[in-house]
Ligand binder design. Structure first.
Ligand code: GDP
Ligand code: GDP
Length: 442
């Protein structure tokens, strides 16, 4: 797992500007998952030899402008509970405010590494130091003067940040998790959708005999099952929550918890509550799985409260597919964790998806598919040239990743990418996210 770094502070101090600086985002590189309106509030950043995930906690708060002190404190609390290092951003020109002091007190008690940032100090060094001096009153040590907007002070801040990260663990940067033969499933979802009930129901299933191998679960939130001779490790993100104090009340926590376990999972099982239509938070979690390139099973739980009408289920499925178009490949299962109905099917599908996730397509078949695609769909014009696709090869798994050699790798239209993705999906029956890379002919 990569270390987590949180950016906290009251609205308008420049958190999202700093976030963008840290992840070194260039606007053109940001690809949005179509269908979700969202700003990205978390992204991986690389500095020196480390990669870490930065979370702009302010971004989780709706209507930033009229955020209450309570919410800023809640954010800070969440950051304290979940993150490894906290960047506490203040407005260096406005000086310390009551809200800053309240958050400062909370952070001081936490014992977590905190770096105080005095932002908006765009002026020369002398002034900068004078301005940032009052922030020492927070009792959080060194104060980092910064102009997030102009990129001043970033290198210095990032350098200290690297020192504060927990010691580097082996393999923490790798996107592909090690293949030790087990299938790792993360159970994600908003609070109260039934995650823990589902895990408990699965652990009671006689056919899913929990394996007795000691040391198989490295984490108390992991449970190990055996399904069709395969070792399956379930991670219940609600379990993380129960160990903590306040975070359980906070809906946005589910995104943070999912973020934490996603990197080491093959499959995300996203639980939703059948009695509450898909909400923004569900979409965010689905988008996270797509973005991280993890297989996804959508589980509509509490179906016992809806009834047994088959048509109702089909209508629900259609509506859901429509609102979560960007993960249209993900299978949907209707369950009742309470009665145990269809819970085994969740594991069954997750195991199947885990296999697809590591699938390797035979090259001859891929090349036949390429010919077929080229013949059947007129090449789009890119930069006033017709797009020519020369070769295709699978260059990775988990998720399956395909490289296409072509004449104009930049600017292949989204429509055409979707066409290719769908064709690959259909040909090899892959209901997992896929990645395409376009390369120029060497
Ligand atoms: P957030 O609400 O804390 O995420 O703050 P934003 O990053 O959205 O920034 C709020 C405003 O402050 C925006 O208008 C930014 O352009 C501005 N801002 C951010 N950083 C700086 C800075 O270093 N100097 C100046 N002068 N303005 C800044
Ligand atoms: P979590 O926060 O996602 O782990 O949710 P819990 O597993 O704690 O469940 C929240 C509440 O929903 C509890 O009262 C459960 O008994 C209830 N619940 C969970 N699954 C079902 C279900 O399939 N049907 C019904 N009717 N209630 C459920």
């Amino acid at each position: 797992m990569k270390p987590l770094v949180a950016i906290v502070g009251r609205p308008n101090v420049g958190k999202s500007t700093l976030f963008n600086r840290l992840i070194r985002r260039r606007a053109a590189l940001v690809e949005d998952v179509p269908g979700v309106t969202r700003d990205r509030h978390y992204a991986d950043a690389s500095w020196g030899d480390r990669t870490f995930t930065v979370i702009d906690t302010g971004g989780f708060v709706p209507g930033d402008q009229d955020v209450l002190l309570k919410e800023v404190r809640e954010q800070a609390q969440l950051a304290v509970e979940e993150c490894d290092v906290i960047l506490f951003v203040t407005d260096g020109r406005a000086g310390l405010t009551a809200a800053d002091e309240a958050v400062g007190a909370l952070l001081r008690k936490s014992g977590k590494p905190v770096l105080v940032v005095a932002n908006k100090l765009d002026s020369p060094i002398g002034t900068v130091q004078a301005l940032s001096a009052e922030f020492f009153r927070l009792g959080l040590g060194e104060v980092f003067p910064l102009s997030a907007e102009h990129g001043l002070g970033i290198e210095n801040l990032a350098g200290t940040l690297l020192d504060k990260l927990p010691a580097k663990k082996e393999g923490e940067d790798s996107e592909e998790r090690p293949d030790d033969g087990s299938i790792r499933i993360a159970i994600i979802g908003r609070p109260n959708v039934g995650k823990s009930t589902l895990v408990n129901a699965l652990l009671k299933e006689k056919r899913l005999v929990a394996s007795e191998v000691p040391g198989t679960t490295r984490d108390p939130i992991d449970s190990t099952l055996t399904y069709k001779d395969k070792k399956v490790v379930l991670t219940d993100t609600a379990g993380i929550r129960r160990k903590r104090s306040i975070a359980h009340r906070v809906e946005k926590y589910s995104v943070m918890a999912a973020l934490r376990v996603m990197d080491r999972s093959d499959v995300a099982v996203l639980l939703m509550d059948a009695t509450e239509p898909a909400v923004d938070q569900d979409a965010k979690l689905a988008a996270l799985a797509e973005e991280k390139g993890r297989a996804l099973v959508i589980v509509v739980n509490k179906w016992d409260l809806i009834g047994t009408d088959q048509r109702r289920q089909e209508a629900y499925r259609e509506a859901l597919k429509y609102s979560l178009k960007f993960v249209g490949y993900a299978p949907i299962v209707f369950t009742s964790a309470l009665t145990g109905s269809k819970v085994e099917k969740v594991v069954d599908i997750a195991v199947e998806l885990a296999e697809q996730f590591r699938y390797r397509a035979p090259t001859p078949q891929l090349n036949r598919l390429l010919d077929h695609m080229v013949d059947n769909n007129p090449a789009p014009i890119v930069h006033s040239k017709p797009l020519r696709l020369y070769y295709i090869a699978q260059v990775g798994t988990a998720p399956p990743t395909f490289a296409l050699t072509c004449n104009v790798p930049q600017g292949v239209p989204e429509m055409y990418k979707r066409y290719i993705t769908n064709q690959i999906r259909k040909t090899f029956d892959l209901r997992v996210p896929l990645r395409l890379l376009f390369k120029e002919r060497p």
